[in-house]
Design a protein around this ligand. Structure first.
Ligand code: FAD
Ligand code: NAG
Ligand code: NAG
Ligand code: NAG
Ligand code: NAG
Ligand code: NAG
Ligand code: NAG
Ligand code: NAG
Ligand code: NAG
Ligand code: NAG
Ligand code: NAG
Ligand code: NAG
Length: 595
C-alpha cells in the first residue's frame, strides 16, 4: 500500500545556469582583515547583471527582501500605515515569522534593525540581501553554487525558529526552504542503493514541512511520529540538531528515526544519503547541526502505529521564598530516572517568584509538569499513572509542614494527536532572547540532592523558570540509528533530562542585553554545568556563545564531524555560530572574515 496525499515535488523543471562568469574571490580592502566574504559594495560582490542571471536561472524566484517591519516606517519605500498594525500583530506569531522570507522568532538575530514600530529606526542592515524562494533541490543547488563561486555568506532558513540565530545573517544570500513542499507515507521503504527494504511505516517529508502538518497527516493514517513540541518547528533544523519529543524517551530522538535524506552538498551535488551510500554525510547530517554539511531537501523517517496516550498535569505551588521548596523540587527531579523506567516522560518546569502564565495570577514558587504515558502495556492506566504521581509528590513533600496544592488530573487521549492538536505551543515570537541548555544524567539527578537543589535554585531566574524535560532516558540511550550510529551529541546517550533556561530584554537595551546574557552564561547555565560537568548541552536549544561548544554539543563525535566538514566543505561555503568547523572565520561587525 502506498498512501500519499501530495506527491513530494522536490524536482522542478531543470533550468541550467548558462554562461555564468566567475568573478575573482572577494577581497576586503581592510588590511586588518585581509579576507572577508563579499558584501554589497566590496569588490567581490556580484554585479547586478550577475544577480539577474541567477534570478532568471531560478525562473524569477530571487527576492530582494524589504524588512517586513518597513511598512511602519515613513522613510521606507514599502511604508503603508494601514498594514503596520497587521504586521505588528502577526510579528508575535511563529506561524507568520516562518511564512515570511526573512522572519525569525527572535528580533535580536536581525539585530533589531527594523521592528514594526514607527518610533524606532528601520534599515535592512540586519537582514539577508537576497533570498531564494526555493521549491526544489535544483533551486537550492543554484543558490549554493552561486554563493560558493562568489564567496558570499550563505544561510538557510526553514522557519526561522532557531534559538541560536543560525538562520539569519546580514549581507548574506538566504536559501528559504518553506515552499519546498510534499509529504507521503509508506508501509515499507527501500533506501536508494540498498538491497533490502525496511519494514514498518515511514514518512517522506520535504524541507518546508512543519510539525503540525506531519503530525496531522500521520494521525489520519493512525500513525504518530517523533516530532517537535511546537507545531511550527520545521524538519530541517529539528532533525539535523537531534530532535527531542514527547515520544523520544520511548523511541529515541528524531534523528535516530531517519532512514534517508536528499541533500544539496556544499559542492552543489544533489545526493541521496543513507546507510548504503554517502554514509559519512548520512551520519553527520543526523545530529551534526543545521546548515553545516548541506541542505536537506527531503527526509524519510520512521513513523509508529498510534496508541492511546495518557496525560496528567501535576503541580506543586508554594508561597514565594518558601525555603523547603528547593529540597522538594530536588526530590521530585531525583525520581525522574525511576519515572523513565516506568515509561513516563514529562515536560516540566521549576518556577521562581513566577506569575503571568498557566493561570498563575500572583507570584509563586512552583513546579508544573505534564506527565505522559505512551501506552505500551495493558497495565498502564490512568490509575497507575495517578498512583505513581501521587506517590512521587507525597514522598517529595513528606515531613514538610508547609501548605501546598498538589494537583494531578490523568486523562486518556485516543492518540497523540488528540493531545497535541491543542497543546503544540509555544507559538509566540517577536522577542529579544537567548537561551541555554544542559543535559542531566543519572548522577546529576540522584547523587547529591543538596547539590541538585542548590543548582536549580541558582539556575532559575526570579520571575522566570528552568525547564526540566524528561525527553532522554531509555529510548535515547538504547536507540538504534540506521547504519549503527549517528552524530547526535554523545551526552544525549547518558541523559535523562534536558534543562533549559532563557533570558529576555527589551529591544535596543544594550545594557539590559549584556546584564541578562552575563547572568545566563555565568550564573544560570553555569550552575547546571557544575551540577553535570561530564555531560553536554542540546545544540538546538542552547546558548549561541556556549564556551567550548564543540565538545559540549557533540562530545566524542566532534573529531569525526570536523573531519567530514573539512572534506565536504573545504572552503566553508556553509558557516554558522556555533557550528562544526566554524573555527576559521569570525564575525566582524556585519562581515564574516577569515581569522
Ligand atoms: C517554539 C519552539 C519549540 C521547540 N520545540 C522543540 C522540541 O520540542 N524539540 C526539539 O528538539 N526542538 C525544539 N525546538 C528547537 C528546534 O529544534 C530548533 O529551533 C530548530 O533549529 C528549528 O529548526 P527549523 O528548521 O524550524 O528552524 P530554522 O531557524 O529555519 O533553522 C534552524 C537551523 O537549521 C538550519 N536548517 C533549516 N533548514 C535546513 C535544511 N533544510 N537543511 C539544512 N539545514 C537547515 C538553519 O540554517 C539553521 O542553522 C523548538 C523551537 C521553538 C522555537
Ligand atoms: C578595519 O576593520 C576594523 C574592524 O571592523 C575597523 O576597526 C577598522 O577601522 C577598519 N579599517 C579600515 C581601514 O577600514
Ligand atoms: C526576479 O525575477 C522576477 C520575475 O521576473 C521579478 O519579479 C523579481 O523582482 C526578480 N528579483 C530580483 C531580486 O530582481
Ligand atoms: C495576520 O494578522 C491578520 C490580522 O490581524 C490575521 O487575519 C492573519 O490571520 C494573521 N496571519 C498570520 C499568519 O498570523
Ligand atoms: C510610539 O510613540 C507614541 C508617542 O509616544 C506612542 O503613543 C505609541 O504607543 C508608540 N508606539 C509604539 C508601537 O510603541
Ligand atoms: C514563494 O514561492 C511560492 C511558491 O511558488 C509562492 O506561492 C510564494 O508567493 C512565493 N513567496 C514570495 C515571497 O515570493
Ligand atoms: C490504530 O492503531 C491501534 C494500535 O495498533 C489499533 O488498536 C487501532 O484499532 C487502530 N485504529 C484505526 C482506526 O485503525
Ligand atoms: C517577586 O514578585 C513580586 C511581584 O512581581 C515583586 O514585587 C517582588 O519584588 C519579587 N521578588 C523578588 C525577590 O524578585
Ligand atoms: C506500565 O507498564 C509497565 C509494564 O507492566 C510497568 O513496568 C510500568 O511500571 C507501568 N507504568 C505505569 C505508570 O503504569
Ligand atoms: C489519584 O490518587 C489520589 C490519591 O490516592 C486520589 O485521592 C485521587 O482521587 C486520584 N485521582 C483520580 C482522578 O483517580
Ligand atoms: C552533598 O554536597 C554537599 C555540598 O557540596 C556536601 O556538603 C555534602 O557532603 C554532600 N553529601 C554527600 C552525601 O555527598
Ligand atoms: C548591530 O547594531 C549595532 C548598532 O545598533 C551595531 O553596532 C552592530 O555592529 C550591529 N551588529 C551586527 C552584527 O551587524
Amino acid at each position: 500500500m502506498q498512501i500519499s496525499w501530495s506527491t513530494p515535488s522536490i524536482l522542478c523543471t531543470v533550468i541550467q545556469l548558462l554562461g555564468l562568469t566567475f568573478t575573482s574571490l572577494a577581497y576586503s580592502q581592510n588590511r586588518s582583515y585581509p579576507y572577508c566574504k563579499a558584501i554589497p559594495g566590496s569588490p567581490g560582490w556580484p554585479s547586478t547583471e550577475s544577480w539577474a542571471r541567477l534570478n532568471s536561472s531560478l525562473s524569477g524566484r530571487l527576492i530582494a527582501p524589504s524588512p517586513p517591519g518597513a511598512v511602519c516606517h515613513p522613510a521606507q519605500p514599502t511604508y503603508d500605515p494601514s498594514l503596520c498594525p497587521v504586521i505588528a500583530e502577526n510579528w508575535t506569531t511563529s506561524a507568520w515569522q516562518s511564512a515570511n522570507p526573512v522572519g525569525t522568532i527572535c528580533n535580536n538575530f536581525n539585530n533589531d534593525t527594523c521592528l514594526p514600530n514607527p518610533n524606532v529606526t528601520c534599515s535592512s542592515a540586519g537582514y539577508p540581501v537576497y533570498v531564494i524562494n526555493a521549491t526544489c533541490a535544483e533551486d537550492v543547488k543554484l543558490g549554493v553554487d552561486f554563493a560558493r563561486r562568489h564567496d558570499i555568506r550563505l544561510i538557510v532558513k526553514g522557519t526561522g525558529h532557531d534559538y541560536l540565530g543560525r538562520s539569519a545573517a546580514p549581507n548574506s544570500l538566504s536559501i528559504w526552504t518553506h515552499h519546498i513542499s510534499g509529504l507521503s507515507f509508506q508501509d515499507s521503504f527501500t533506501p536508494k542503493g540498498c538491497k533490502f527494504s525496511i519494514n514498518g511505516p515511514s514518512v517522506t517529508a520535504a524541507a518546508g514541512t512543519q510539525m503540525l502538518e506531519i503530525d496531522y497527516e500521520a494521525h489520519l493514517r493512525n500513525f504518530t511520529i517523533v516530532g517537535g513540541g511546537a507545531g511550527t518547528v520545521g524538519v530541517g533544523g529539528y532533525l539535523t540538531g537531534g530532535g527531542h519529543s514527547a515520544l523520544s524517551s520511548t523511541y529515541g530522538l528524531a534523528a535516530d528515526q531517519v532512514l534517508e535524506m536528499e541533500i544539496v552538498t556544499p559542492g552543489g551535488e544533489i545526493l541521496t544519503i543513507n546507510e548504503c551510500q554517502n554514509t559519512d554525510l548520512f551520519w553527520a547530517m543526523r545530529g551534526g547541526g543545521g546548515s553545516t554539511f548541506g541542505v536537506i531537501t527531503s527526509v524519510t523517517f520512521k513513523a509508529f502505529q498510534s496508541m492511546p496516550f495518557i496525560v496528567a498535569t501535576g503541580a506543586l505551588i508554594f508561597a514565594p521564598g518558601t525555603d523547603v521548596f528547593w529540597d522538594i523540587i530536588a526530590n521530585v527531579l531525583s525520581q525522574y530516572p525511576a519515572l523513565d523506567e516506568q515509561g513516563i516522560m514529562t515536560y516540566s518546569l521549576v518556577a521562581r517568584n513566577f506569575t503571568g502564565q498557566y493561570g498563575i495570577t500572583s507570584p509563586v514558587d512552583g513546579f508544573l509538569g505534564t506527565f505522559m504515558l505512551p501506552v505500551l502495556h495493558p497495565d498502564n492506566t490512568t490509575d497507575s499513572l495517578n498512583t505513581t504521581l501521587w506517590n512521587l509528590f507525597n514522598q517529595a513533600t513528606a515531613g514538610s509542614s508547609v501548605p501546598f496544592t498538589p494537583l494531578v488530573i490523568p486523562q486518556v487521549y485516543p492518540d497523540f494527536w488528540a493531545w497535541y492538536s491543542v497543546n503544540n505551543g509555544p507559538l509566540d515570537a517577536g522577542f529579544d532572547q537567548y537561551i541555554g541548555s544542559r543535559l542531566l544524567d543519572g548522577k546529576a539527578l540522584t547523587q547529591n540532592l543538596t547539590e541538585l537543589a542548590a543548582a536549580f535554585k541558582a539556575a532559575t531566574p526570579y520571575g522566570g523558570a528552568t525547564m526540566a524535560y524528561l525527553v532522554g532516558g531509555k529510548g535515547v540511550m538504547n536507540a538504534k540509528p540506521r547504519g549503527g550510529s549517528d552524530a547526535v551529541g554523545s551526552a544525549w546517550r547518558t541523559a535523562y533530562v534536558h534543562s533549559v533556561v532563557g533570558v529576555q530584554w527589551q529591544p535596543f537595551d544594550k545594557a539590559g542585553e549584556k546584564e541578562q546574557t552575563n547572568l545566563l552564561n555565568d550564573v544560570y547555565i553555569e550552575a547546571l554545568r557544575e551540577l553535570a560537568p561530564s555531560t553536554g548541552a542540546y545544540v538546538n536549544e542552547a546558548y549561541t556563545y556556549e564556551p567550548n561548544f564543540q565538545e559540549t554539543f557533540w562530545g566524542t563525535n566532534y573529531p569525526r564531524l570536523l573531519e567530514i566538514k573539512r572534506r565536504v566543505d573545504p572552503n566553508d561555503v556553509f558557516w554558522c555560530q556555533p557550528c562544526v568547523g566554524n573555527e576559521r572565520w569570525e564575525v566582524i561587525g556585519d562581515m564574516l572574515c577569515r581569522i
